[in-house]
Design a protein around this ligand. Structure first.
Ligand SMILES: [Zn+2]
Length: 505
């Protein structure tokens, strides 16, 4: 007898429909699965066989052939245990085929027949919705994320036994959406916690408005991490679409929170410098998004940037350029989104105290140069704003002024972003960081005085043309914060300040 059960697989953060065809026929007993990579087949066979037996169904002593179609879709992960088991039970008359019809099933089976969690249930559910599917049966533990795909009926499955019971009696366990989408911000650390560092705060505000990548240079303990961690609290709230997109990535990574599956706050990821390229960029045997994609629509913070592995720093180039990670696989390439704000921090030298007024730097000039050169080139080229974050003096730390709260700052950021958006309303540009040389020519006009200053920075500071483009984009953002169409000479002068590394090298 032949039975067909519909299932789903995940490629990148997109779901694809898979038909699981199970044929049980007389002949020499055997169990064959085609359409899965070799290593996964054996594991799936062992689990399915044990789960069926331990759930007190009978495992047929006949010839079982399972085909996962279409063949050209790359299948990975243990999504198909449950549909394979259901197919065998249907083909042997232990459950009625028509009860499975119209439903899509995913789930890994334990040897005793419980249904284990799988990654990527939300992107799968969203894809099924687009395919006009109506019912998706998922591991109970993943059901809270699947219901975020509104319009699709989601049913939770706890064990093979329980599921067959419910399927046979038409009594599936339906799951409903229940998260409050408007809870947000309250848990984020606030800018008002940071004493002093007004210049750094100002630069972060500018970065937030124009979506500029930013590098902080300063000794240990100057508050670089504290500042970076507060950036999401001043960025505009995520739109619903941005929120769903971020949640898809977390679902594919298997990292969603059961009680609050919808990602509503812009993420901040701060990987350790010992992280591998796969950890940062993504990939692996069963591919998973990396830190840069987990930061999608939020912030990637890399502290001690020069300490990261060379191949990691190199591999940042492409995603920083186009907001997308492409991972080449043997069968096909897959993409993960990676639209991020990139915030990096580093010490001024290996010992950390170059230029500090309290401690002496012990590094040689050569050591300092070598340290800084580790991040030269591709990465530095993607960073619009570079600032110094000095250690505060004791008096400054005792400074008792009311600090601006994240909520107030965020309001100003939103206003300046609106001003920006109006200018770009007929273009594909969203923010100033995306301006190319043509856009810069068109929208970053200077007056005579500004032109003079820019020329002087070229002649005297020796800034490159590339640096000029960055300066003009940042100056554009500063003018936007004042709701001005024209960049003033003051705006430009401030932007020139944010090319610290070039001044020194
Ligand atoms: Zn030093």
């Amino acid at each position: 007898m032949l039975a067909i059960v519909e299932s789903c697989t995940l490629i990148g953060i997109d779901g694809y429909l898979v038909k699981v065809e199970v044929d049980v026929s007389s002949g020499l007993p055997g169990f064959e699965i085609v359409g899965l990579p070799d290593t996964a087949v054996k594991e799936a066979k062992d689990r399915v066989r044990a789960a069926i037996k331990n759930s007190h169904f009978s495992f047929p002593g006949q010839k079982i052939t399972v085909n996962l179609a279409p063949a050209d879709i790359k299948k990975a992960g243990p999504f198909f245990d449950l549909p394979i088991a259901l197919g065998i039970l249907a083909a042997t008359g232990q459950v009625a085929s028509e009860q499975l019809y119209g439903k899509v099933f995913v789930g890994e089976l334990s040897l005793e027949g419980t249904i284990q969690s799988v990654s990527g249930v939300l992107p799968m559910a969203l894809s099924l919705l687009r395919l006009n599917k109506e019912a998706f049966v998922v591991p109970r533990i993943n059901s809270w994320e699947a219901v975020l795909a509104k319009g699709l009926d989601i049913f939770a499955a706890a064990s093979l036994n329980d599921l067959i019971d419910r399927v046979s009696t038409g009594n599936l366990e339906k799951v409903y959406f229940k998260q409050d989408e408007n809870k947000s911000l309250e848990n984020l650390p606030d800018f008002s916690d940071v004493v002093g560092q007004d210049a750094a705060k100002r630069a972060l505000k500018i970065a937030a408005v124009g979506n500029h990548n930013l590098l902080m240079v300063g000794p240990p303990g100057s508050g670089k991490t504290m500042l970076a961690k507060r950036l999401p609290s001043i960025l505009p709230p995520m739109s619903h679409d941005e929120s769903i997109e971020a949640t898809r990535v977390y679902s594919a990574a298997g990292l969603l929170d059961k009680d609050n599956p919808l990602v509503t706050d812009r993420p901040l990821r701060s990987p350790h410098h010992s992280a591998s390229a796969a950890g940062i960029i993504g990939g692996g045997r069963i591919p998973k998004p990396g830190e840069i994609s987990l930061a999608h629509n939020g912030v990637l913070f890399m502290d001690e940037l020069p300490e990261f592995r060379k191949d990691v720093l190199e591999s940042l180039r492409q995603p920083l350029e186009n907001g997308l990670v492409t991972i080449s696989r043997v069968a096909a390439a897959l993409d993960y989104p990676a639209k991020i704000m990139f915030i990096a921090a580093m010490n001024p030298c290996p010992c950390g105290f170059y230029g500090d007024h309290t401690k002496e730097c012990k590094c040689s000039e050569y050591q300092i140069m070598r340290y800084r050169n580790r991040i030269s080139g591709p990465v530095l080229d993607r960073i619009d704003i570079q600032i110094e974050v000095p250690r505060l003096s004791y008096e400054e730390t005792r400074h008792n002024v009311q600090q601006e709260t994240s909520k107030d700052i965020r309001q100003k950021v939103i206003m300046a972003r609106e001003f920006q958006k109006k200018r770009y309303k007929d273009t594909s540009i969203n923010n100033n960081s995306q301006l190319d040389s043509e856009g810069i020519k068109k929208w970053c006009m200077l007056d005579g005085e500004g032109e003079e200053l820019l020329k002087a920075s070229y002649d005297i500071l020796g800034l490159s043309m590339r640096a000029h483009h960055r300066i003009l984009k940042v100056a554009r953002t500063i003018a936007d914060m004042e709701q001005k169409n024209r960049i003033s000479v003051e705006n430009l002068a401030e932007a020139i300040q944010y090319r610290r590394m070039e001044h020194e090298n």
